[in-house]
Design a protein around this ligand. Structure first.
Ligand code: ZN
Length: 258
């Protein structure tokens, strides 16, 4: 069984065919789904989906791009819901910072503040973190080293920085998605074998980061199977054994998933 630990099924691109998307996923062995929180506006839809479908879970969080709209009170309204399994996706994303120096520093400060507050939230409610990291490895690393608690979490959008591998000691897992199948994914392909097997997770980040050969089209959870086969090829383990390992990792981290 596979758990897609990161798919934005609350995205408007799935409104018309969510049942077919879930059906195709299940045919590929993808039986459970975690919708990460990103934009507070879509959180209600994620909660509704989790109440309608027993196999869908969600997380509460605010993506660094939406840091300006962060409200801890709003997240706390949903955090004790029985289908809420994590806090995130939170983190730092320096990919499209403002050019002007002062604005740039202000944006970084805001992202850090909102990230640290969500780490505190995860500790208070004893939930793992879903962490988004883009062009910000060393700042993310330092913050997680200093603030993260025993619950650990998953590093999503893992941009193949070896520094982040040190977070294994802080109980962090590594979410592997479509990027591994890209022709230009050399960095991730090189780091991948250094990730301990008991720390691997599968994720699509659907509707984004669609694996080869569907790159450019809308992503969906059924495609995790393509990532799994690439992982199996690179780790030289049979797909079914790797699938079991990853499933066990997923339920070890997301303890609220039944
Ligand atoms: Zn995401």
């Amino acid at each position: 069984m596979i758990i897609d630990t990161h798919c934005h099924l609350d995205d408007s691109r799935y409104i018309n065919d969510i049942d077919e998307v879930l059906k195709r996923a299940k045919e590929q062995g993808v039986k459970k789904f975690i919708i990460p929180g990103a934009d507070p506006k879509s959180l209600k839809r994620a909660v509704e989906l989790s109440e309608k479908y027993s196999e869908i879970y969600f997380a509460v969080g605010v993506h660094p791009y939406d840091a300006f709209s962060y409200s801890r009170e709003f997240l706390e309204e949903y955090i004790t819901h029985n289908k809420c399994v994590a806090v995130g996706e939170c983190g730092l994303d320096y990919y499209r910072l403002p050019k002007e120096k002062e604005e740039k520093e202000a944006e970084k400060r805001l992202q850090k503040e909102v990230f640290i507050d969500q780490i505190e939230l995860s500790k208070k409610f004893k939930l793992p973190l879903i962490v988004h990291i883009r062009d910000s490895s060393s700042d993310c690393f330092n913050i997680l080293q200093e603030y993260s608690g025993e619950m650990g979490g998953v590093l999503h959008c893992y941009n193949a920085d070896e520094l982040l591998l040190k977070l294994v000691s802080k109980n962090f897992y590594y979410g592997i998605g479509g990027v591994l199948t890209f022709k230009n994914a050399r960095k991730l392909v090189n780091v991948y074998p250094k990730i301990p097997q008991n720390r691997l997770l599968l994720e699509t980040d659907a509707p984004y980061l669609t694996p080869h050969p569907y790159r450019g089209k809308r992503n969906e959870p059924s495609y995790t199977k393509l990532v799994l086969s690439k992982m199996s090829e690179l780790s030289n383990i049979e797909e079914s054994s790797l699938e079991d390992i990853i499933y066990n990792n997923s339920i070890k981290l997301f303890t609220k998933i039944l």
